[in-house]
Ligand binder design. Structure first.
Ligand code: IFM
Length: 445
């Protein structure tokens, strides 16, 4: 089962999840530093203070990638390293780290793919309203430009935001992620300002000469219990509108759907904003883990992460799940990719995250993770199927290179293809890493 020539094979990580060095070289605090120190918010009080110590151990991590044959490495830049308070002067020592990392990657023949925002908002900006404040969108564009100024000569692949749905709704509406607010209107306002920030940053990057610019969205098919029943279809459609189309439509078509637009309070979406959000992009990053199974249940309360979801219930997975309890449904990836290709033709796609947490089994110094291998293999088959049906899929980046700080779950959920012993920081490629290396070598399964 061969993949197209030039298909990108890679791995992804994010700054707060792996870097550690939380106060080094002038880094300011982020909302995740604050949140992880708030009792009861993160499993066992885990924080990203040390994480995988990637800040110091990046040469070893890059060497592991080279050995595995990884061609593209997606990492994120920590805004609070670059601008410790979120705005104001650039901290060159913070950018020095990404300069070193970029050079190390290029010296090892690995293409860097840079994400500007993977959830670690500077606390100083949160103190001024965070993503509920319009100013944050403009500060984000300033920060993007500062990063480009330093690295733009070497970085060709740019991603503005990672999963703005999570930042907005898990962070501001459900309160399970930083900054931990619980207000649906705040969630909507944050979603809009994230998108506005994406548009403003895209315009700046384009003007500065960035080659390939995209955004990464967490997307999923929303599946009704009974596709023949209009009430079920309506329930699924309302969730789909908030999970998928709230982001896809303005980014790709430059306009919110009327249903989504009427959700925002007056004064949030200003004239001209949607055109800014709809700046042309070159590639859409797709993060897929599982479909979303719903059913209509009159009287069910609104789920704050899907505004307007009154009367919708979320169904448990019927089959196998990962250690996160997420259903394993690879067909959902084929379906999603085909839908994106159909609804938004002409836009190249790349899987910027896909992978799974499992409880790994250790034996004789090896980490046997056959569950993860099956998960990855099935999802790669799903990608191949989509490509054979005409989808313009350019690459696949596994989540994640390393076991890392899995947000509210702390270090107890392991997504890595490389095991990290958090006591010694020893790295051990799991069986899945060796398997993935063969896939890369063969350019297929
Ligand atoms: O660890 C996260 C990542 O930061 C964003 N996408 C989902 C992953 C697994 O939960």
């Amino acid at each position: 089962m061969e993949f197209p020539k030039d298909f990108r094979w890679g791995a992804a990580t994010a700054a707060y999840q792996i870097e550690g060095a939380a106060t080094e070289a002038g880094r300011g605090p982020s909302i995740w530093d604050t949140f992880s120190r708030t009792p009861g918010k993160v499993f066992a009080g885990h924080t990203g203070d040390v994480a995988c110590d990637h800040y110091h151990r990046y040469p070893e991590d890059v060497a592991i990638m080279r050995e595995l044959g990884i061609g593209t490495y997606r990492f994120s830049v920590a805004w609070p390293r670059v601008k410790p308070d979120g705005t104001g002067p650039v901290n060159p020592r913070g950018l020095d780290f990404y300069d070193r990392l970029t050079n190390e990657l290029l010296a090892n023949g690995i293409e860097p793919m840079l994400t500007l925002y993977h959830w670690d908002l500077p606390q100083g900006l949160e103190d001024r309203g965070g993503w509920t404040s319009r100013d944050t969108s403009y500060y984000f564009a300033e920060y993007a430009l500062a990063v480009h100024k330093r690295l733009g000569d070497r970085i060709k692949l740019w991603t503005t935001l990672n999963e703005p749905w999570c930042s907005a709704f898990l962070g501001y509406a459900a309160g399970v992620f930083a900054p931990g607010h619980t207000d649906v209107q705040e969630g909507l306002s944050a979603a809009h300002h994230l998108l506005l920030g994406h548009g403003l940053a895209t315009a700046e990057l384009r003007h500065a000469g960035a080659e390939t610019i995209g955004i990464t969205l967490n997307l999923a098919p929303v599946v009704p219990a009974d596709p023949q029943d209009p009430a079920e279809l309506d329930a699924a459609d309302r969730v789909d509108a908030m999970l998928n189309r709230l982001f896809l439509e303005p980014v790709i078509k430059g306009a919110y759907e009327p249903y989504a637009k009427q959700m925002f309070s007056d004064g949030v979406v200003l004239d001209g904003d949607e055109a800014i959000i709809g700046q042309p992009i070159d590639m859409l990053g797709v993060n897929y883990y599982n479909p979303n199974l719903v059913t209509a249940r009159p009287g069910a309360p609104e789920n704050p992460v899907y505004p307007g979801s009154h009367g919708v219930d979320f169904r448990p997975a019927p089959g196998k799940t990962t250690a996160m309890g997420w259903p394993i449904e690879p067909w959902g990836l084929t379906e999603l990719l085909e839908r994106l290709h159909r609804d938004y033709p002409g836009l190249p796609l790349i899987i910027t995250e896909n992978g799974a947490a499992f409880d790994d089994v250790h034996s004789d110094g090896n980490v046997a993770d056959s569950d993860r291998i099956s998960y990855l293999e099935e999802h790669l088959r799903a990608c191949h199927e989509a490509i054979s049906r005409g989808v313009d899929l350019r690459g696949y980046l596994v989540w994640s290179l390393l076991d890392n700080f899995e947000w509210a779950e702390g270090y107890r959920k392991r997504f890595g293809i490389v095991h990290v012993d958090f006591d010694t920081q020893a790295r051990t490629p799991k069986d899945s890493a060796r398997w993935y290396a063969k896939v890369i070598e063969r350019n297929g399964l």
